[in-house]
Design a binder for this molecule. Structure first.
Ligand SMILES: *[C@@H]1O[C@H](CO)[C@@H](O)[C@H](O)[C@H]1NC(C)=O
Ligand SMILES: *[C@@H]1O[C@H](CO)[C@@H](O)[C@H](O)[C@H]1NC(C)=O
Ligand SMILES: *[C@@H]1O[C@H](CO)[C@@H](O)[C@H](O)[C@H]1NC(C)=O
Ligand SMILES: *[C@@H]1O[C@H](CO)[C@@H](O)[C@H](O)[C@H]1NC(C)=O
Ligand SMILES: *[C@@H]1O[C@H](CO)[C@@H](O)[C@H](O)[C@H]1NC(C)=O
Ligand SMILES: *[C@@H]1O[C@H](CO)[C@@H](O)[C@H](O)[C@H]1NC(C)=O
Ligand SMILES: *[C@@H]1O[C@H](CO)[C@@H](O)[C@H](O)[C@H]1NC(C)=O
Ligand SMILES: CC(=O)N[C@H]1CO[C@H](CO)[C@@H](O)[C@@H]1O
Length: 800
């Protein structure tokens, strides 16, 4: 046995540790004085509620037989939002009398109705009953809780109408009842809630129109009503809501046009209107803070406003009726033409009879099927159409809990079972926190055999992670051609409860209008945060569709007119003297040369691979985006930064920092910026390079400078960078210098510091092991806590 501890001796040590821990805790509790006495009526109401909910008394962190307002309940160092304090109460005492002011019973799987005694706790200002299985109606006695500021019933099974008595709670700042079964329209009494800052009412069965009185909520910042059945137009009073930051109305049946003054909403950051019947043109103006926009699946029309080309924009425009002028000539939008209502590309003149996609990963071949690379940088609202117009992908949805979650998942694990017969394609997968759609385009009409390949690679199973970490459930729905073919699909369950086990599902789909749509949709079910925040929503590894008939079309893409351009760019970089480069650059140049022989999407993939390699293996200062170097915040935009640096290195034939050079040249980015300012980009070009096109060089340097901006938001997306490189769209003017770590570190903690909240590693380790479905929390103010609790709710129910 050697000297290593056996599992049973470990167990022993653990129990001892627990024993001492709890002994210490009870000593502390006894030592803590109480600050007053709670009225007997409140004590008995509290205890009665808990006993009716059958919450084991051992979970009660207060003295159930004596004074509840003692210990943690009056200890200012523990907030009601603390994960480890659940269930929890907080009291307010004046020295003689205490009242229960805050109550949390969160994610404890409590079943049944809400006991009437609860409504006698009239001093409550904060009540969080989120994520249980509460049933029945909300009592009109809720009117008695007039002190209430933060009220959450999110993720339960409450039903009936939203009680008009909620309108009596005029101190409310935050109200949440998302993911319940409320029906009917919002009662007009809610118009009295003039202090309201947040309303979360997504994923219910609410009907009627968005009420006019909503204009009374002039302090409203967050309005989320997605996944209901609201209809009618947005009322004009809405224009009062100029403090809105998040407006999410996805998946309703709302019609009419967007408010014309939406450009006045200076704080608006998130506008999600997808899956409704909105029409008219997109607004001419929008605030600069508005960077996440989903208007997919509506009836919008007309030409695009000029802000559409703004940098850092997440924008999903698919399935509308926009006029896409050829004059605009952008790769981003030329493909969009194929994704408008009626899917007009190759309509009635099909060219393809199959397609196969490696979702979220690089191309590979299996059983003679070439699964094409789908390695785009997709985000909260984005789409991508292949240059061959053979297939496309579209996403809508935000990982709001964890904005760093990439829209791909990958695992270093080697799969023994392969996708098809050869190498495995399961190491990577595309994920989405909401709607993920794949389209086959230009298809000959007829029946197709569609195969969807899945393997759970983010959730763990019991053999790999005993305890709560194995309890994650990923649940989503699958629609093909608009019909739901699988509800509550759970990859791991389908694989017999194991992760890393491929699951293949076959369908027959009828193509009658030359396109095929596969829609994976998260309806808010399953767990959100196990083993880490943001682990939910559709995940898919690969898709193939083959005809169930003898095709009569060529199945080849039309010859491309654009491929030369990309080669040209690569052409100037490929000849750079390899001998003078360090190892990393040899890889880069080799891959670029290889890419020059292939199509554009290969080029994108290669560039992405190179920058990813940079991030993971060549972790050196110089390639790292400032936000990553300083705070370990790895985003797609950090990749873009790395790409920018590599591009400059390739053009200049030198590393990003070289202390043997003159002082002004030591740091490549600094030098490039100086040359750019002096309109002398050509001065950067590697002296070994005899022949080059000056315009191309300027273009590459311009793109590189954009990619290396300090603020991630100012950096273009990878697809945009490639479009600029290939000359499909103009290179935007670079007006601010790039971010180089040297001076950034000391005196330039600008832009991005203000746009995202720093998060520590530990935040992700704060899940308590006592409850599997618990959401980590950061001890935020209550309003943020409610926010976080509810943000995990995605699309709400689908209307498809
Ligand atoms: C609980 O309250 C009872 C009655 O006030 C008291 O006798 C008992 O010591 C208390 N227990 C703790 C753990 O504080
Ligand atoms: C209880 O009393 C302590 C010391 O007097 C005070 O710091 C604390 O704020 C009080 N707590 C409450 C909830 O009143
Ligand atoms: C609730 O507000 C209404 C007016 O909107 C009032 O008539 C009613 O008495 C209030 N109920 C309670 C319990 O305060
Ligand atoms: C709320 O809005 C309605 C309709 O817009 C208006 O008639 C009413 O006076 C407003 N109520 C308050 C309390 O502002
Ligand atoms: C949506 O609203 C339109 C009117 O704008 C109506 O014709 C249609 O039936 C509604 N659809 C659903 C599913 O309620
Ligand atoms: C799209 O707009 C055009 C006119 O701009 C109109 O003729 C056509 O019917 C519209 N298509 C749909 C599907 O609404
Ligand atoms: C593209 O695929 C490669 C795997 O070959 C992966 O390493 C890389 O991170 C992917 N790029 C993006 C942008 O996801
Ligand atoms: C975004 C953009 O540049 N849109 C332009 C597309 O072309 C039309 C007509 O040429 C212009 O009116 C748009 O402004």
């Amino acid at each position: 046995m050697g000297g290593s501890p056996t599992s049973s001796s470990l167990l022993c040590a653990c129990s001892l540790a627990f024993y001492y821990y709890f002994s210490l805790m009870s000593l502390l509790q006894i030592a803590r004085a109480q600050n007053g006495t709670t009225p007997a009526s409140e004590v008995s109401a509290l205890n009665s509620v808990f006993s009716q909910w059958r919450i084991p008394t051992r979970l009660n962190p207060w003295n159930i037989s004596g004074e509840p307002c003692s210990g943690t309940a009056i200890d200012n160092s523990t907030s009601i939002d603390s994960t480890s304090y659940n269930p929890g109460i907080k009291c307010s005492c004046d020295g003689t009398v205490c009242h229960i002011t805050q109550l949390k019973v969160y994610a404890l799987d409590v079943e049944g109705g809400i006991p009437d005694e609860l409504w006698s706790l009239t001093s409550l200002t904060n009540l969080n009953l989120g994520q249980n299985y509460l049933t029945g109606r909300l009592s009109s006695s809720i009117a008695d809780l007039t002190q209430m500021q933060y009220l959450s019933f999110g993720i339960n099974a409450l039903s009936g109408e939203v009680p008009k008595e909620l309108g009596n709670l005029t101190n409310l700042l935050s109200l949440s009842f998302s993911s319940n079964d409320f029906s009917g329209s919002l009662p007009s009494e809610l118009g009295n809630l003039t202090n309201l800052q947040q309303l979360w009412g997504s994923d219910n069965g609410l009907t009627g129109s968005i009420p006019e009185f909503i204009g009374n909520w002039s302090k409203l910042q967050v309005l989320r009503l997605q996944g209901n059945s609201f209809e009618g137009q947005i009322p004009s009073t809405f224009s009062n809501l100029i403090l809105l930051t998040d407006l999410v109305l996805r998946n309703n049946n709302i019609s009419g046009s967007i408010l014309s003054n939406i450009g006045d909403f200076q704080s608006l950051a998130l506008l999600f209107l997808g899956n409704n019947n909105f029409n008219g043109m997109l607004p001419a103006l929008k605030s600069t803070s508005l960077l996440n926009i989903d208007v997919s699946y509506n009836e919008f029309s007309g030409s695009f406003p000029s802000w559409i080309n703004e940098q850092g924009l997440e924008l999903n425009l698919v399935a509308n009726n926009f006029t896409i002028e050829s004059a605009n000539n952008s790769v981003l939008h030329s493909g969009l033409r194929c994704l408008q209502r009626n899917f007009p590309c190759s309509r009635n003149s099909p060219i393809y009879s199959d397609f196969a996609i490696k979702c979220g990963g690089p191309e590979f071949t299996s059983s003679k099927i070439v699964f094409e690379t789908e390695n785009e940088t997709l985000g909260p609202a984005s789409y991508y159409v292949t240059s061959t117009n053979r297939w496309a992908v579209s996403t809508a949805g935000l990982f709001l809990d964890n904005t760093d979650t990439p829209y791909v998942s990958s695992s270093s694990r080697q799969f023994t079972v392969s996708l098809g017969s050869q190498s495995s394609g399961y190491e990577t997968a595309r994920i989405s926190p909401g709607s993920l759609r794949y389209y086959g385009l230009g298809l000959q009409n007829g029946n197709y055999n569609v195969t969807l390949h899945f393997a759970e690679i983010a959730l763990l199973d019991a053999t790999r992670a005993p305890g709560w970490r194995s309890l994650g459930r990923r649940v989503f729905d699958i629609y093909i051609q608009g019909n739901r073919v699988l509800k509550d699909f759970d990859i791991k369950k389908e694989a017999g409860g194991v992760s890393f086990q491929p699951v293949q599902i076959d369908f027959t789909a009828q193509v009658s209008e030359n396109y095929l749509e596969i829609h994976l949709f998260w309806a808010g079910k399953g767990t959100c945060c196990i083993p880490v925040l943001g682990t939910y929503g559709p995940l898919i590894s690969a898709i193939s569709a083959v005809p169930d008939f003898i095709p009569t079309v060529s199945n080849n893409p039309p010859t491309s007119k654009k491929s030369n351009k990309t080669s040209l760019i690569v052409g100037i970089v490929a000849p750079v003297g390899v001998g003078t480069l360090n190892d990393g650059r040899v890889i880069a140049v080799k891959q670029l040369s290889v890419a020059s022989h292939q199509g554009k999407s290969q080029f994108v993939a290669e560039i992405a691979t190179i920058s990813a390699v940079r991030q993971r293996n060549l972790v050196k200062f110089g390639y790292l985006a400032p936000e990553y170097a300083m705070r370990g915040r790895l985003t797609e935009k950090a990749d873009v930064f790395g790409f920018g640096v590599v591009a400059l290195e390739i053009v200049s034939g030198r590393p990003n920092s070289d202390s043997s050079l003159e002082e002004e040249k030591i740091y490549l980015l600094e030098w490039a910026w100086r040359l750019h300012e002096n309109d002398n980009e050509v001065g950067l070009v590697d002296a070994n390079l005899l022949e080059f096109d000056e315009e191309e060089v300027k273009r590459v340097i311009g793109v590189a400078l954009l990619c290396t901006q300090t603020s991630p938001q100012l950096r273009p997306s990878m697809s945009r960078a490639v479009a600029m490189l290939s000359g499909d769209i103009e290179v935007s003017a670079v007006t601010t210098r790039p971010g180089y770590l040297i001076d950034w570190k000391f005196n330039d903690t600008t832009s991005f510091m203000t746009t995202d909240t720093p998060r520590s590693e530990n935040e992700y380790n704060q899940f308590s092991s006592s409850s599997a479905t618990m959401v980590g929390d950061l001890g935020h103010s209550p309003i943020n806590a409610v926010h976080r609790v509810q943000e995990i709710i995605g699309e709400g129910r689908s209307r498809d």
